[in-house]
Design a protein around this ligand. Sequence first.
Ligand code: BGC
Length: 257
Amino acid sequence: MRLAGKVAIVTGAGSGIGQGIAKQLGCEGAKVVIDYIGSEAGAEETLKAIQECAGQGGGDIVRGDVTNMNDVRSLVDEAWKRFGGADILVNNAGMEIRSDFWETTEEEYDKVMAVNLRGPFFLAQAFVQRLRAAKKPGRIINISSVHEDMAFPGFTTYCCSKGGMRMMMRNLTVELGPLGITINNIAPGAISTPINKALLADKPKLDALLRNIPLGRLGTVEDVAQMVAFLASDEASYVTGATFLVDGGLMRNYHEQ
Ligand code: BGC
């Protein structure tokens, strides 16, 4: 139980990668604040899985929209109220909207940036304010994407948000290091989750994608969750300022043919 005694806040923990992360952290002993916005049933499922591993009291559900400042503050406040504090923040909630650049609307731009970048920014801020006041160390783990670095035509808003998340992490490494707070990004590649439901249902597109993944398969939420658990653990205490690819080699793929 390498996370026993720790408290983790995980956003978007009612489905996909966030659900896998919350379960992993909970099963390794952390108390988990399970944030969700859309899927209450999914959040209940996350909580149930944690309770099966860790017993009652292993987690608590808090509904919170990361684009709403009141929700952002209360998500952090709830961790303090319910569990007496928090040590780990996992900025996982994210979304993408496919649209050609020349057709992208202000609404699409604002929505993607608000969920993927503004939310993590202010959540990290609320978390750091609490830690700083209590003179406590902490861990921030952002679920970014290979597209914090790699082009993704048709998803420029998503790439802008993840590129922003990359620089946010790099800057905060310097600003938060002296407070004993580490920050790292995980960059998943193609993981089988609801975010890419359309792609998973389109066999020719899926096959083309698989040909680009050297390990020849999609990733699972557990592949990502294992990396989060490591970064949250004491073993990673000297690790800060890095992006960790969990992508089966997708980022490095190159074929001369
Ligand atoms: C996106 C997926 C995409 C994958 C690989 C992820 O960040 O959310 O839609 O399939 O990157 O390109």
